[in-house]
Design a protein around this ligand. Sequence first.
Ligand code: P6P
Length: 337
Amino acid sequence: MSVSLTRYLVEQQRSKGHIPSELRLLLEVVARACKGISHAVNKGALGGILGSAGSANIQGEVQKKLDIIANDVLIEANEWGGHLAAMASEEMDSIHAVPNRYPQGEYLLLFDPLDGSSNIDVNVSIGTIFSVLKKADASTSVNEADFLQAGTQQVAAGYCVYGPQTTLVLTVGDGVAMFTLDREQGSFVLTQEDVQIPADTQEFAINMSNMRHWAAPVQRYVDECLQGKDGPRGKDFNMRWVASMVADVHRILTRGGIFLYPWDKREPGKAGKLRLMYEANPMSWLIEQAGGASSSGADRIMDIAPAQLHQRVSVILGSRNEVERVVRYHQEAAAAA
Ligand code: P6P
C-alpha cells in the first residue's frame, strides 16, 4: 500500500507532533504548486515558455519565463489558505504579504521558485527550493524583519527536483523523506524516509572553472582530491557539477558527496553566489537532518543571523567528514594568518 504525502504528514503529526494542521495545509499546497510547475517545465518548448522574460531580478540576473511562471504559481497557490502571513522569493525584490481579502496565518514561506534557471533551456534538472519560518509576533503586521531568522528557526524545508522523476524532498525536523510524483494518480508517493548521507565520500561538486579565484583552504582541499590515491587523501575522487543546486544536493542526499560554492576573489565584497534564506538554509537543514554538515567555511550556515533578505553566503555542505575537513583547513589558514 503506497503512502501518499497527505497520509505521511497526518501520521507524522500523530507520532511526532511537528506538523499542525496549518503547516500540513501549507506543505500540501506547496506540493500541489510544485506539481503545476513540474507540468509547465515538462512542456518545454511546446509550451512556448523557454527563454528569457526580458527582465532581471534583484540579483541582477536575467529572469527566465519559467522563473516568473513558477513564482506566480507559488504565490497564487498560497495566498488564499489562511496559513501564511507573507512570502519571499528570489524573484521578488521585497516580501509579498497575503492580501487583506484573505485571512492571515502565522507562517512565512520563502522560496527560490525555479533554481538552476540556466539549465531550463538545455533540458537539465532544475528545482524549487522552499523554507518555512513562523512569524514571531502574531499581533504585528508582517514586514521584512519577520523573515530575518537564522536557519535553526525553520519549521519545514524542502525542494522539488524536476528531473527524470519529479521528487519532493522534505524535513520538519524528524529526518528527511522523499516523495516521487505518480503522474497517473497525480499525487506524491513516499519512496524513501530516514535518508542518511555517508560521513565519507569520494565525490566532490564544485565549478572548477573558478579554481584560480578560490581562497587557499578551498584550493588546498580540491587540489588534494585531484592528487588522488598518490596524494595526501590516499584515495581517488570523482567530480560532478550539474550547475543546479537542487540536482547536486539530491545526488548527495542519495549517495553522499560534498558540494562547494565558496567565496571567491572576483567580487571580494560578496560572501558567495548562493542565497542564505531560500537556498542555503533549507538545503542545510535537509543535509543536517540526513546526518551531513553545512558550513560557510567560518560558521555553521544555520547559525548565521541574517541581515538582509537576499544576502548571499559561501556554501560547503554534504558528507560530514569532508565538510569538517574543509572547515579545518579554513581554521588552519586563519590561525596561520
Ligand atoms: P555556476 C543556479 O543558477 C545556481 O544558483 C545554483 O543552483 C547552482 O549550484 C549554481 O548557481 C551554479 O553556478 O556559476 O556554476 O553557473
